[in-house]
Design a protein around this ligand. Structure first.
Ligand SMILES: [Zn+2]
Length: 418
């Protein structure tokens, strides 16, 4: 299908060059140190996978945050907490440039480099007790092991590596948010503020099984339509009733008909509920709508068309209202983002693996940073698959190389003019 096209692999453009001896030596030190950290990475991964942290479990998400904070503190990295009333707090770790880890990163020369990740998972409380972190045949399992606790671990170790070996070339920020799986209702503002100060954003969603990263994502709008009809006994006074369920059925058909696959616009009513009893004409019904689109220009028109369908009464006497419950922006690839991606491809190749860019219909926080205009590359985290299912897995042998590729890309940003 058109929407899952791949960008072909770019040829590596060679080493950094003799004009960057500082970077080259740090690069050797940092990547060599990362190569020794596999066991420590797995230990931290085990610790945070074994904490239930579904999107509505604030104490659990904050407990994962505490584990992250402890690790970073033990590496001399300060962490600021941006409190969130309902969902997980946001944590913001700073590695300052020029060898003084932890002096605040205020200099802001040319903007920050941001390593981003979310601590919430899609799994309910009790999932850890049912299937805790395990390792079999080089694959790790457990709730959120790939999406995206391994990405958090990778970000922690990249931050630690820079703190250990003299700081990053530019201020390096680790942003750990807590509500991505439900559309980042609270995290979005923090992410967008960070993106405005960013020269580059690496989002550590899981790398694809192919090793690919993600260079484009659809936008998504999650809506609910609530329909009111009129109850009546379906045997004794059928003609007095107004069926909200029939109205819902008509609306679902009209909304689904807005799908235009050739333009990447899809509509899915994925949840419906309603009615009172089998022998009552349904007094109410509701449906949850998922709109996906590629071109940012299509968003408002699609939402307006859905709005008109919801307003229209197919069954006279029904009323309906539409609410938007969550939203992700599409991730598009700007010129600088393409440059960042190409830089990452070379960094990956020098770290021992091939990667290419992929488009996906799935949404993520990278849409918000790209929407602000910050060059962004997504799914740079360790490689895994079957996210959001009990079969989720993580390739443990990808922890070190993905961390090395990320570190190399960060070190080479200035030379690439990013
Ligand atoms: Zn994720």
């Amino acid at each position: 299908m058109l929407l899952s096209r791949s960008v072909t692999l770019l040829a590596p453009s060679g080493p950094v060059g003799d004009d960057a001896p500082m970077s080259a030596s740090s690069e050797a030190q940092i990547t060599a140190w990362l190569a020794t950290q596999q066991d420590a990475m797995v230990a931290l991964l085990r610790e945070i996978v074994d904490i239930d942290s579904g999107s509505y479990n604030k104490p659990g998400i904050d407990a994962v945050g505490e584990a992250v904070r402890r690790f970073l503190a033990s590496n001399g990295i300060p962490v600021e907490t941006i409190c969130q009333p309902k969902h997980g707090d946001c944590l913001r770790a700073t590695v300052a440039p020029g060898g003084e880890a932890g002096t605040g990163g205020q200099s802001n020369i040319g903007g920050n480099v941001v390593l981003m990740g979310h601590r919430d998972t899609v799994f309910p409380d009790g999932e850890v007790a049912r299937r805790p972190f395990t390792v079999r045949d080089g694959l790790a399992h457990g709730p959120g092991v790939a999406d995206m606790k391994a990405g958090l671990v990778m970000n922690c170790f990249v931050l630690a590596a820079f703190a250990k070996f003299g700081g990053a070339p530019t201020p390096l920020i680790g942003l750990f948010t807590g509500d991505e799986e439900i559309g980042s209702p609270e995290g979005r503002a923090v992410i967008e503020a960070e993106a405005r100060r960013a020269r580059a954003v690496f989002n550590s969603e899981p790398g694809r099984v192919s090793g690919n990263v993600v260079t484009g994502r659809k936008g998504g709008v999650f809506m609910r339509m609530r329909i009111t009809g009129k109850a009546a006994h379906s045997g004794g006074s059928f003609t007095e009733g107004i069926s909200a369920i029939e109205e819902l059925a008509r609306k679902v058909q009209a909304i689904h008909a807005l799908t235009e696959l050739s333009r990447g616009i899809t509509l899915n009513v994925g949840l419906v509920r309603g009615g009172q009893s089998v022998n009552t004409v349904a007094p109410w019904a509701e449906g949850e709508i998922d709109l996906r689109y590629v071109d940012p220009a299509d968003r408002d028109d699609a939402v307006a068309r859905i709005g008109r369908i919801v307003e229209q009464s197919f069954i006279p006497g029904t009323r309906a209202e539409l609410t938007i419950n969550g939203e992700f922006l599409p991730m598009t690839q700007s010129g600088p983002a393409k440059k960042l991606f190409e830089l990452y491809v070379t960094a990956a190749s020098d770290s021992g693996f091939a990667t290419a860019g992929e488009f996906t219909g799935g949404c993520a926080d990278s849409g918000f940073t790209a929407g602000i205009g910050a060059p962004t590359v997504c799914a740079v985290g360790p490689i895994g698959g079957k996210a959001h299912t009990p079969d989720e897995f993580l390739r443990l042998d990808s922890l070190v190389p993905r961390a090395q590729a990320c570190a190399r890309a960060i070190l080479r940003l200035p030379a690439a003019g990013l």
